[in-house]
Design a protein around this ligand. Structure first.
Ligand SMILES: Nc1ncnc2c1ncn2[C@@H]1O[C@H](COP(=O)(O)OP(=O)(O)O)[C@@H](O)[C@H]1O
Ligand SMILES: N[C@@H](CCC(=O)OP(=O)(O)O)C(=O)O
Length: 389
């Protein structure tokens, strides 16, 4: 059995404390043996989600939840009278387009029944790779979450081909967890958790209770999909956990029909499913990511006072301390932060483009609205998004 490596606090505590959560529901779970959607199961998750999002009388606080749900192809197959999953990509795409209607209809009505608003978001690989679209998707999702709405995400199957497909929604779930910097990714599937081998083929396999996300031993234990309905199997799930951990999110793999699974996890019940914990805290992971970012898109030069604030006092970088702007960058890119001699002292995710930064140079933050016509943030680079070199 895999034992945990050093973690600052107990990993299960971080599950209880998670505030922003991505829940992925797999194809093998959301369908009725591959024949359309399981309305009762979706109703049950919607009921559980409402307890989590609204908080409840038992002292459970409010949380932000994003659903990543498969099931479009299975529902489309039923609606189109297809007995077997088609092999041709265009047939699959057609089934997904038909089935997605039913999928979001079902989530919308079930979530509304329990007092939750919902929104459909369809994403592709290209959306995640393109900086602008990535930021747009991020801000849209964060806006929905701030309003207590549950985004229901699936891959935009119509416009993707084999080469650019996520293919499985485990990967999509992890990328969404990175995108919104979630605390937790919960992957609900048709097994009780992650086992030392595929339990369908190896009945003696044992459940892994706790392991470090990214531990290479996990990949060796993971097999492919156990049924013709799911894609990816456990390998894509452990790889998703590894990916989610890059932004500090831990992953739980659990059986989606376990009674009250979501509120029980949030209430701190341990040992349900398998916890693949992120070794690095969210903030630490974010700073690591910034430090590792090789491609810098430009730089800002600071006066001596601003250098002191950042280096000695641990403050955010405000426009007033910037004397010059180099290169071209857009909001959200990583830039170098230099002292007057041109020495790089820090790196950070910038809140304004180079053109805006040029206008804001040497100005107090109170002037931002007058200079740009809007305010994104009072800081040029927030402390949480800044790492000293
Ligand atoms: N080590 C493992 N532990 C648990 N299940 C495994 C393992 N290796 C392979 N599997 C298979 O993975 C299946 C779940 O993956 P998949 O069918 O893709 O589900 P989903 O549609 O939920 O993504 C299980 O039914 C199981 O047969
Ligand atoms: N976009 C597809 C889901 C892809 C898929 O099968 O993912 P998974 O649930 O990981 O097996 C659908 O909605 O049918």
């Amino acid at each position: 059995m895999i034992s945990p490596t050093s973690a600052s606090s107990h990993p299960w505590d971080n599950v209880r404390l998670a505030r922003r959560i991505v829940v992925k529901v797999g194809s093998s779970l959301v369908t009725n043996q591959g024949q359309g959607l399981d309305a009762q199961a979706i109703d049950e998750w919607a009921r559980q989600l409402s307890r989590i999002v609204h908080g409840d009388a038992h002292g459970m606080g409010r949380r932000e939840v994003i659903m990543v749900s498969s099931g479009a192809i299975a529902e489309g197959m039923k609606r189109m009278g297809m007995q077997r999953r088609p092999r041709e990509l265009h047939e699959l795409q057609a089934a997904a387009a038909v089935g997605q209607m039913g999928l979001v209809q079902m989530y919308e009505s079930k979530l509304r029944h329990y007092g939750l608003g919902s929104a459909q978001v369809l994403l592709t690989h290209a959306d995640m790779a393109d900086r602008e679209r990535y930021l747009n998707a991020r801000v849209t999702l964060l806006t929905l979450l701030a309003r207590g709405i549950v985004p229901v995400i699936n891959e935009n199957d119509t416009v993707v081909n084999d080469e650019i497909k996520f293919g499985d929604n485990d990967t999509l779930g992890a990328l969404v967890a990175n995108l919104v910097v979630a605390d937790l990714l919960i992957i609900l599937t048709d097994q009780n958790g992650f086992y030392t081998a595929d339990p369908r083929k190896h009945p003696e396999a044992e459940k892994v209770q706790l392991a470090r996300a990214g531990d290479p031993a996990l990949e060796a234990m993971a097999g492919g999909a156990g049924t013709s309905i799911g894609t990816g199997g456990m390998l894509t799930k452990v790889l998703a956990a590894k990916r989610a951990a890059r932004s500090g999110a831990s992953t739980i793999i659990a059986w989606g029909r376990e009674p009250d699974i979501l509120p029980r996890l949030m209430a701190g019940e341990q040992g349900i499913g398998s916890l693949l914990y992120a070794p690095m805290h969210k903030l630490q992971a974010r700073k690591q990511w910034i430090a590792d970012h090789l491609q810098l898109h430009g730089a800002v030069v600071l006066d001596a006072g601003a250098v002191r604030k950042i280096v000695a006092e641990g403050k955010s970088l405000l426009p007033v301390g910037i004397t010059a702007v180099k290169g071209s960058f857009t909001r959200g890119e990583v830039i170098a932060i230099e002292d007057e001699a041109g020495l790089q002292i820090a790196r950070g995710l910038v809140n304004y483009s180079d053109q805006e930064a040029r206008k804001l140079c040497r100005h107090p933050s109170a002037d931002i609205e007058a200079l740009l016509g809007y305010v994104a943030e009072p800081e040029m680079v927030h402390r949480d998004n800044l790492v000293l070199i």
